[in-house]
Structures are given as C-alpha cells and as structure tokens.
Design a protein. Structure first.
Ligand SMILES: O=C(O)CCC(=O)C(=O)O
Ligand SMILES: [Fe+2]
Length: 290
C-alpha cells in the first residue's frame, strides 16, 4: 500500500520529540527547512574541489569527513546522534551524491545496516522507499533489488512511500528500507550522514536476513569477496558490531540462509545485465555534472 510519510518542520516546537520518537521506532521521517548549509557556496565546482577524492570513491558516491562548518554544518540533532553510545559511526560519516537530471539510482538498501540522514542541497529528487516488512526480492548475498529496470511498485504487494525532497528537506531512512531515487532537477546534490545501530533490529524479514548474512560473512570469509566494502570495518566498528549482530544466529539458521541465497541465483542470472547496467550508471553519474 502507498503510505503517507511522517513529516515535520525543523522549526516546529515539537521537532526534537518527533525526531527521536521516529528514530527509536526506526520509522522514516521527512524533515523540512534544514538550514545548516550554504547552497550558494556548494556549487558543483566547490563540491568537486572538496569531495572528489578517488580514495573515497564508492559504488555511487564519495565518502566524506564532516565538512567545513560554514559551508555544510552538521545540524545539532545529528551531532547528538553521532555521540550516542548505542550507535556506531565511521571515520568518514558522510556520503556525497551529485547527479545530473534524469539519473535513476537503482533500488537498493544500504549495506552495513546503515541508518541514513540525507539532506537535499540543490535540485530535487523523487524517493520511492519500501518497508523492510515487505521487501523487494534481493540479489543473492547483497542488498540490491532483484527487479527489472522498468520495475513499478505493486500497491497490493509492497508498503512504500513516494515523495520528493527539495532543498532543505532531509529524509531519515532507517536500516533496510529499499530506496529508488530519481534526480529531477538539473544538478541534484544531496549529502547523507550515516550511522549503524549497535543492536540489530530483527523485527523485519530483511533485518533477520541481515544478521544471518553477517553470520555467513563471519564464518565463510570468501563470501566477502562479493562485497565492495571491508567486512573488518562493518558499520565502522568491525568485530564488536559483528559479534552483537550474530549473537542469536545458530548454524542451522545460517545454513538455511545460505540455501535461500543460492536458490535466488537463477533469477539473478536472468536480470544480471539490467542490474549491472543500472549499477554502472549509479557510479558513472556521480559528480557527472557541469
Ligand atoms: O540520492 C541518490 O540518488 C541515492 C541516495 C542513496 O542511495 C542513499 O542516500 O543511500
Ligand atoms: Fe542508498
């Protein structure tokens, strides 16, 4: 079913209460009127000069350290979040996306059980985000949607939100929420603070799958070759986080997961070319603006 997303204005007197309530419940929230950045200074030239670091290039974004306060400040509630004991942070806790109009980011959820806080700086984006309670079919072992390029949401099958972000809007995206993102403006710049909860959330099928996959990655290390990132740095914290995630997963559950992933391989092979081409576009289009 298509569902309305919770929304709140950053200036609303109840903002903090609503933000932390949705955070605890891992419920998406769309915040309006974030004013911690200077869009005039964040031109494509500035972004490329400051964030185009090949060592920090990833699948379709650049990782970034917390940027200069005067250009891109970290909102106070994000500063509080980054200091919490129950979340793990990474050395470079931001991701920078800047894509041309017409770009489509293929449906995926973020690895490392990331909780994202993505603010639109320039342009606008259309987000279609799907509840981990009704997940899209997923590529074996990974976190990319196993669907064709022209995939359209089926209201009967999936619970999802479909909305736009304009400059100053921030989408708070809890772990395991699939997202397909369309760039609608001429130049579309957004930045995402990412963190990983220290305790796994196993209330959804995707949350349960993730801990089983983490167990597989911990036990059969060759599986890690499939991943773009380093398992030793899972969620930024590595081993302690891995231990917390796999605590409740026994060997029978791990083997059942392995079989489920193997059985998904034939469907993947049918769609592999389409998915690969969309994934390549995600990489190719980042920072591909004039
Ligand atoms: O903005 C986009 O196109 C993709 C954003 C994304 O995947 C993310 O924030 O995790
Ligand atoms: Fe993402």
């Amino acid at each position: 079913m298509k569902l309305a997303i919770d929304e709140v204005d950053y200036k609303d007197e109840n903002f903090e209460r609503i933000f932390w309530k949705n955070f605890e419940l891992q419920k998406p929230l769309l915040i309006h009127n974030i004013d911690s950045f200077d869009a005039k200074k964040l031109t494509p030239e500035f972004v490329k000069a400051n964030f185009l670091n090949e060592d920090k290039r990833s699948a379709g974004w650049f990782d970034a350290d917390l940027p200069q306060e005067d250009v891109m400040g970290t909102p106070d509630f994000i500063q509080k979040l980054l200091k919490r004991d129950d979340i793990a942070t990474r050395e470079s806790p931001m991701r920078v996306f800047m894509q041309p109009g017409g770009h489509r980011t293929l449906p995926h959820y973020d690895g490392n059980s990331l909780y994202g806080f993505n603010v639109q700086i320039t342009g606008k984006k259309r987000w279609i985000i799907t509840s981990p309670m009704t997940p899209l079919p997923t590529m074996p072992f990974l976190f990319v949607g196993m669907v064709p390029t022209d995939f359209e949401m089926d209201e009967q099958q999936y619970d999802f939100h479909d909305f736009e972000t304009h400059p100053g809007d921030m989408i708070c995206l809890p772990p395991y929420w699939y997202h397909e993102v369309h760039s609608l403006g001429e130049i579309n710049l957004n930045m995402n603070w990412v963190v990983t909860p220290r305790e796994p959330n196993q209330t959804s099928p995707l949350g349960r799958r993730e801990v089983e996959i983490v167990k597989l990655r911990d036990s059969l290390s060759f599986i890690n070759k499939l991943y773009p990132d380093d398992f030793n740095h899972y969620g930024g914290a590595g081993k302690p986080l891995v231990q917390a995630y796999i605590r409740g997963v026994g060997v029978p559950r791990m083997i059942t997961r392995l079989l489920k992933e193997i059985f998904a391989i034939p469907r993947f092979l049918i769609l592999a070319r389409q998915i690969k081409s969309s994934a390549n576009n995600f990489s190719k289009n980042n920072f591909n603006v004039n």
